[in-house]
Design a protein around this ligand. Structure first.
Ligand code: ATP
Ligand code: SF4
Ligand code: MG
Length: 317
């Protein structure tokens, strides 16, 4: 295949109806190339999980796609039937959900989850693949684990099982939602090693959704920044951390000393994100907190620079 693995093109998604319509994504744009690792970073509630669930085709029934396209290997995913969509899941795109244990069915064993994830594969082969995948992700006694129920797994083990399930079919794009959230530094490091092992397993691309700037800096080839439902900057990780171009991205980095802390621990930047139910949301969701705002910000253009950074801003830094 040539061309990007994933293109999210001006995707808008809302939950619920007026007056409580939450505009979770507003013309979000993102591209993932084969084999690359992209970190989608943003404060809590900025729309990271909504974007990922739209890509994998598992949006909440309360969500409505209001515009835009999702191309997976060039195919218009939003135009596919539910059956065609399901066929892409696991094989082309796999996802480890934000809540590791909550993502597992409490009444089904780990082995039964693998049978579902590898639907159509002979049982004996399922057991082989499951054991090998769990072992590569550092799970002790993987055969015995196949009989475990989700409540018998520690949070760390549930996370490994979630990753193993997401990678069982060696998807070309692995999406991982908040892999280090709530972990101490040592567990976060171990989880990163796991992720690397999972990627070595798939040989594919990865989209990691995270509050954690340190994770993004260490792990990603490229970074995309979300601000209240809008993607405002995408850039090679090195260029981004050396010189963010969007004022919101710069404020995020400036408020994270030594990038040691996750974004949800930070004090909100100058007053917090706007309420996504508001009918009068500004064209740039950072406008009410931005010192550079002027009339041109009513229609912020995308511009790019020689470092490969692209920014949606009337006055990039
Ligand atoms: N099922 C839902 N029904 C209504 N609103 C929702 C639903 N899921 C998410 N939202 C809202 O959509 C917005 C984006 O949420 P989302 O979970 O995508 O953000 P996030 O960046 O993943 O946040 P976090 O970092 O906390 O996981 C938020 O305002 C959230 O409250
Ligand atoms: S578009 Fe305008 S308000 Fe928004 S970040 Fe850029 S300068 Fe600030
Ligand atoms: Mg989330």
């Amino acid at each position: 295949m040539s061309g990007p693995l994933l293109v999210v093109d001006d995707l808008s998604v809302a939950y619920g109806a007026c007056p409580m319509r939450v505009r979770a994504l507003d013309a979000a744009r993102l591209t993932v190339e084969p084999g690359e690792t992209v970190a989608l970073i943003g404060e809590s509630g900025s729309g990271k999980t909504t974007l990922a669930l739209a890509v994998i085709g598992l949006l909440d029934p309360a969500a409505r796609v209001e515009g835009g396209r999702i191309l997976i290997e060039g195919r218009d995913a939003l135009g596919l039937s539910p059956r065609e969509r399901a066929a892409l899941r696991g094989r082309i795109v796999g996802m480890a959900l934000q809540s590791a244990r909550g993502a597992l069915n409490p009444s089904r064993s780990v082995g039964a989850h693998f049978v579902d994830a590898l639907e159509g594969t002979p049982r004996a082969r399922v057991a082989e693949i499951a054991e090998a995948t769990l072992a590569r992700l550092g799970v002790d006694e993987p055969r015995a684990r196949l009989a475990s129920l989700p409540h018998e797994l520690s949070v760390g083990l549930a996370r490994r099982v979630g990753l193993a399930l997401a990678t069982a079919r060696r998807p070309r794009l692995l999406i991982v939602d908040e892999p280090t959230s709530g972990l101490d530094a040592e567990s976060a490091r171990a989880t990163l090693a796991l992720l690397r092992a999972a990627l070595a397993e798939t040989g594919g691309a990865c989209l990691v959704l995270t509050h954690d700037l340190a994770l993004a800096e260490r792990f990603a080839d490229r970074v995309a920044v979300m601000c209240a439902g809008q993607i405002v900057e995408t850039a090679p990780a090195r260029a981004f951390f050396a010189r963010p171009r969007h004022p919101y991205a710069a404020a995020l980095l400036a408020s994270a000393p030594a990038r040691a802390r996750a974004l949800d621990d930070l004090s909100p930047i100058g007053g917090g994100a706007p309420d996504l139910c508001r009918a009068d949301l500004p064209a740039c969701r950072f406008a009410e907190r931005c010192a550079r705002r002027d009339a041109a910000c009513a229609a912020p253009p995308w511009t790019s620079d020689e470092q490969g950074s692209a920014t949606r801003c009337a006055h990039p830094l």
